[in-house]
Design a protein around this ligand. Structure first.
Ligand code: 6PG
Length: 236
């Protein structure tokens, strides 16, 4: 199942993303007594993090929510490029269970360590971690997470976390959840703003021949739901 909602501006989009996020996580906590939220990197999610941290601190028992990051840049943990650092400077006040990648190590070490950390997540019958909500961004080239078109990161793998090198988007070294890990996603929320994302969204929604499109197809074919939240500039 896939749905697309277009918002007049970034703030309206952020408010809707925050509201839907809390609804999905509350439902998971009610059903499983725990929930897993995969945070997104990049700049687009930041306003929605702000609203959740400010307006939804009492909306649910955050101590039952585990937060992980979908992809991370290798480098200093408190550096300006660090996705976890950027997100948790905003939502660090939420008392979630925080699984943070050791991304100040090599991509190989960080990826294998993070895979071990994710082993503590609740599992589906197929053995994959249950991801109740995954926030994803999309690049102008159609990348999502740190999975890029025409790049080794797109190679099929049974690993849940992959090391990424020579990333077309700096910095070059990263780690990323794999497309296989998304088979465990119940809900994926794509957040995209700006006219420069329009073509990538059209391609991803039309034929799926891009990492973002593949991600959406994988989630839908594994009984997950894909929610596109885009602003008017990014909308066709
Ligand atoms: C990263 C991200 C990446 C991001 C997109 C969109 O580490 O760079 O995880 O996948 O989501 O590039 O980035 P913006 O939201 O900044 O446009």
């Amino acid at each position: 199942m896939s749905d697309t909602r277009v918002f007049g501006d970034v703030n309206l989009l952020a408010k809707a993303a925050a509201r839907q996020t809390v609804e999905i996580l509350k439902a998971a906590v009610e059903e499983y007594d725990n929930a897993v939220w995969v945070l997104a990197g990049g700049s687009t999610p930041l306003p929605a993090y702000e609203i959740i941290a400010k307006d939804y601190i009492d909306a649910l028992d955050w101590t039952k929510v585990t937060t992980i990051i979908g992809d991370e840049r290798v480098g200093p943990l408190d550096g300006p490029d660090n996705n976890w650092h950027a997100a948790n400077q905003i939502i660090g006040n939420l008392p979630t269970i925080k699984l943070r990648p050791l991304s100040d190590q090599t991509a190989e070490n960080a990826a294998s360590n993070y895979a071990m950390q994710l082993a503590s997540l609740p599992k589906l019958e197929n053995g994959l971690p249950r991801l109740d909500l995954v926030w994803l961004g999309i690049g102008t080239d159609g990348h999502t997470l740190s999975i890029f078109p025409g790049h080794a990161s797109l190679q099929p793998t049974s690993d849940l976390v992959i090391p990424v090198h020579d990333s077309p988007k700096p910095p070059a070294d990263r780690i990323s959840l794999s497309l296989r890990a998304l088979q465990g996603a119940a809900h994926v929320m794509f957040l995209a703003t700006g006219a420069d994302k329009k073509e990538a969204i059209i391609t991803a929604q039309a034929n799926g021949h891009s990492p973002a499109g593949l991600a959406a197809t994988i989630v839908e074919t594994h009984d997950g739901s894909v929610h596109w939240l885009i602003d008017a500039e990014a909308a066709n």
